[in-house]
Design a protein around this ligand. Structure first.
Ligand SMILES: [Zn+2]
Length: 103
């Protein structure tokens, strides 16, 4: 009886340990991804409202995409609804970009 309890306990412990290891791995991977995103020097920015909330907008017909005549980076702004090409600028210059936009 005691031996059985010990065996069950050790199994539970090993499961908990594996789950813990997976959790640690997940947390580290996530932190690294965030750091990498922060370190990225440039970002896409909306030329109309200087929002950074852009999503790749994929309404092009497949044939056009296949030919490659249309630029691949076709974005849609989540804030002002702008559709089309957006500039990619240095993150340090975002504030300058916004200042120039307000003029
Ligand atoms: Zn916008």
């Amino acid at each position: 009886m005691n031996q059985l309890t010990a065996e069950i306990l050790s199994r539970i412990l090993s499961i908990v340990f594996i789950l813990f290891a997976i959790y640690i791995f997940y947390v580290i991977t996530k932190k690294m991804a965030v750091k990498k995103a922060e370190n990225a020097k440039d970002a896409y920015i909306c030329p109309k409202c200087s929002s950074l909330r852009l999503s790749l907008h994929d309404k092009l017909p497949p044939a056009t995409r296949f030919i490659g005549a249309v630029p691949a980076h076709n974005f849609e702004c989540a804030d002002c609804g702008y559709e089309g090409l957006v500039p990619k600028i240095d993150k340090d210059k975002i504030n300058d970009f916004r200042k120039n936009l307000k003029k």
